[in-house]
Design a protein around this ligand. Structure first.
Ligand code: IPE
Ligand code: IPE
Ligand code: MG
Length: 233
């Protein structure tokens, strides 16, 4: 099996999964977070170098205060928990998204986690929190304009490479495979720039039920694709 170097996942369907079981949405998020923990280990064990997951979008603030509160508390616990995994797996964690919009105690936890894991290079785990693809591009373009004004950037064309280097994902190869669980077939503002040539895999399985078998199915699908980058192979 030809493994993708970088997998991106839109973790979707926690709420519907819980509703089907006559449970509150928060229960779906609890089980979904536990599954993220499990799947991150599965992916690390397979030897995949880059994993990026969409955990909270810039649009998700529109959900009820109670649901947002539950999610923030789960992030607090999860960010604490994965510190140990970073050491064990020599894994670096990077949060992508607008950190300034996160509660200050979570921002501190992010700084600590990114700092303590900065030198690990076996695997990079990117977690998108308060992330929106358009917001990321907006922030990048604002910094590019500032640097152009200050003369930090060379004069002339703003190339793709320059844009890449101002994105939250700077330095990371674009995803090879993007998986979205739970039946929706849109990208909901995830990695708009980086997904330009990524293969997409959509499954009806809800995130809390997504497991190694489903992941292998997605990778097999990816293996069956004739990857093209605009050339005439
Ligand atoms: C994904 O599950 C988790 C987050 C977006 C935070 P959802 O909460 O979107 O679950 P559904 O799509 O409503 O079922
Ligand atoms: C996308 O899922 C965001 C995350 C998974 C964090 P949503 O459930 O929020 O997206 P929509 O509303 O279906 O587009
Ligand atoms: Mg959803």
């Amino acid at each position: 099996m030809n493994l993708p170097k970088h997998i991106a996942i839109i973790l979707d369907g926690n709420g519907r999964w819980a509703k089907q079981r006559k449970m509150p949405r928060s229960y779906g998020h609890i089980v979904g977070t536990a599954n993220l923990d499990k799947m991150c280990n599965v992916i690390a064990d397979m030897g995949i170098r880059y994993l990026t997951v969409y955990a909270f979008s810039t649009e998700n603030w529109k959900r009820s205060q109670q649901e947002v509160g539950t999610l923030m508390n789960l992030f607090r616990k999860y960010l604490k928990k994965i510190e140990r995994d970073c050491v064990k797996r020599e894994m670096r964690v990077r949060i992508i998204g607008d950190k300034t919009g996160m509660p200050s105690d979570i921002r501190e936890m992010i700084d600590e986690l990114e700092g303590m894991s900065a030198n690990y290079d076996k695997m990079l785990f990117q977690i998108a929190l308060n992330y929106g693809g358009r917001d990321e591009i907006e922030r990048a373009v604002t910094r590019i304009a500032d640097d152009a004004r200050k003369g930090v950037l060379p004069e002339g064309r703003i190339t793709s490479e320059i844009i890449d280097s101002y994105l939250d994902t700077a330095g990371v190869p674009d995803p090879d495979l993007m998986i979205r669980t739970s039946g929706e077939t849109r990208i909901s503002n995830f990695l708009l720039w980086q997904l330009a040539y990524t293969e997409f895999y959509f499954t009806d399985v809800a995130w809390p039920d997504f497991n190694k078998k489903e992941l292998i199915r997605a990778i097999e699908y990816y293996n069956g694709r004739d990857r093209r980058f605009g050339d005439a192979r």
